[in-house]
Write a protein that binds this ligand. Structure first.
Ligand SMILES: [Zn+2]
Length: 481
């Protein structure tokens, strides 16, 4: 079954880099692209009229968490964290006695996960990397919704608790639990890798660099080499994480990962901001980004969530110049990779003090080819003969997009999730007229709202001083009385 999409601006590819084709054509047969160019004379079974629209390779989100949008949309915004040791404003860790109240119920997890996956699909993500939930229900949802995903349960050698007095970052180490977690992750990957016509792929997720012992990380490296799965970890995310790793191992987080053999072309480091040469670290030099480039390690850059805690990559162009592959992640909320590209571009310019930094083309590359490189996938992130039929059609007939001199600059500077009209994954249409075909979006939104309200009501049960979400993050304006 062949389908021809008549553009529009087609973002094609010459085998090395993206190429713009005005009034271009994309033809795919089953789940593979068979032609990208100016005109196609062969017979086709289906025709999609996308004149005046942008036809893009599907975007790749290399870092998000299925359940976190519920919490991150509520009380983590505008909170003055003062991101250093001992700050009890950070609401992520419960006290040990209260930890059991923090986990989402199965039903609410399902709602949050379905909402997250649908949001990403609606923003044009055809491939996503979920960090750490790794539950059977996620596999089922990916199968149902029709996208491509990298999934795996998270594991680590320590748990983190807030003290009864609000002291922060108290770790309880358990080497065996970390190693058992790795074993479980390998079993999960063996069970599900390749499911749904190869749309489900396994990934090893040792969760955070400061929660993993050298023994665990070395075992992760051996397991990844053995089963061929990629690896993802949070590192260089927070200044206190950087300082703690220096204190513990006399190495930066990147240096520590290198010493355990974890760096490599199969590793994606989420955030990776706190590296040598970033002002906040007071640790000069380019050693860390040179190590990333030398080992072909990828970064999952999540600019919005970082900026909300006043943090930033220094800088998008500094990493690119050093030869580091940068991909894009949406992390928490809202899940819109088109807006995320805009934040990457704008913040990249501010940090460099240069309007020529983090160009639209560079951030678009990160959300497509950069993500594919991070996942070692030559068949994703580009529209070229032989690539997977993962295609996004984006409308441009609105006030924000008008007028268009350059479709990529317009998309990055003016586009949002609401402009995505059609999404095709593995040759199948999964979004039509901006709507996810496999779900009733109205009832899903109601379910998510109910789940969120239930989980928000539980916050005082696990917060160290029993605060409500509005004690932690007050309403923007006092309620009218
Ligand atoms: Zn994360």
């Amino acid at each position: 079954m062949t389908t021809l999409i008549q553009g529009g601006w087609v973002v094609g590819n010459d085998g090395k880099e993206h190429r713009l084709i005005d009034n271009g054509v994309v033809v795919f047969d089953e789940n593979k692209v068979i032609y990208v160019g100016k005109s196609y004379s062969g017979q086709v079974d289906n025709y999609i009229d996308a004149r005046g629209k942008i036809i893009s390779p599907g975007f790749i989100d290399t870092h998000f968490h299925a359940q976190t949008p519920i919490m991150n949309s509520a009380f983590t915004i505008d909170v003055d964290y003062k991101l250093t040791f001992g700050n009890p404003n950070i609401p992520y860790a419960p006290t040990k006695e209260k930890a059991k109240f923090m986990a989402l119920s199965d039903e609410n997890f399902r709602s949050a996960a379905e909402y997250s996956l649908c949001s990403l699909l609606k923003s044009g993500c055809t491939t996503v990397l979920e960090m750490g939930a790794g539950r059977d229900i996620l596999v089922e949802l990916v199968g149902k919704l029709g996208l491509r995903a990298y999934l795996g349960p998270g594991f680590r050698s320590a748990e983190d608790y807030t003290g009864e007095d609000g002291t922060f970052y108290n770790k309880e180490w358990d080497e065996e639990r970390g190693l058992k977690g790795l074993e479980h992750a390998v079993e999960f990957i063996k069970k599900y890798d390749g499911a749904y016509n190869g749309r489900v792929n396994g990934i090893l997720n040792p969760m955070q660099v400061d929660f993993c012992t050298p023994t665990l990380l070395k075992e992760v490296r051996l397991a990844a080499n053995k089963i061929g799965a990629p690896i993802s970890i949070h590192a260089g995310q927070r200044i206190y994480e950087f300082q703690e790793i220096i204190r513990r191992y006399k190495k930066t987080p990147i240096g520590y990962l290198e010493s355990t053999d974890l760096l490599g072309p199969d590793l994606i480091i989420a955030h990776c901001m706190m590296v040598s040469g970033h002002d906040w670290t007071a640790y000069a030099g380019d050693d860390d980004i040179e190590a990333l480039a030398r080992t072909k390690t990828s970064v999952a850059h999540c600019p919005l969530v970082a900026a909300r805690t006043s943090c930033f990559l220094k800088s998008f162009n500094r990493y690119l110049r050093a030869g580091v592959n940068i991909s894009i992640g949406t992390d928490t909320w809202p899940l819109d990779i088109i807006s995320e590209m805009r934040y990457a571009s704008i913040i990249g310019k501010i940090v460099d003090g240069s309007s020529g930094s983090a160009t639209s083309a560079q951030v678009f590359n990160s959300a497509t080819i950069g993500g594919a490189m991070a996942l070692r996938r030559q068949d994703l992130g580009r529209l070229v003969k032989g690539s997977k039929a993962d295609i996004v059609i984006i409308r441009t007939d609105n006030f924000r997009f008008t007028p268009i001199a350059d479709p990529i600059k317009s998309l990055v500077n003016a586009g949002t999730l609401d402009d995505v009209e059609t999404v095709i994954v593995d040759g199948n249409k999964v979004i039509e007229d901006g709507k996810v075909l496999a779900v009733d979006e109205v009832s899903l939104r109601k379910t998510v709202l109910k789940a969120a309200e239930e989980e928000w009501a539980k916050v005082p049960l696990w917060d160290w001083s029993n605060r409500s979400i509005y004690d932690i993050g007050p309403l923007s304006f006092k309620p009218f009385e």
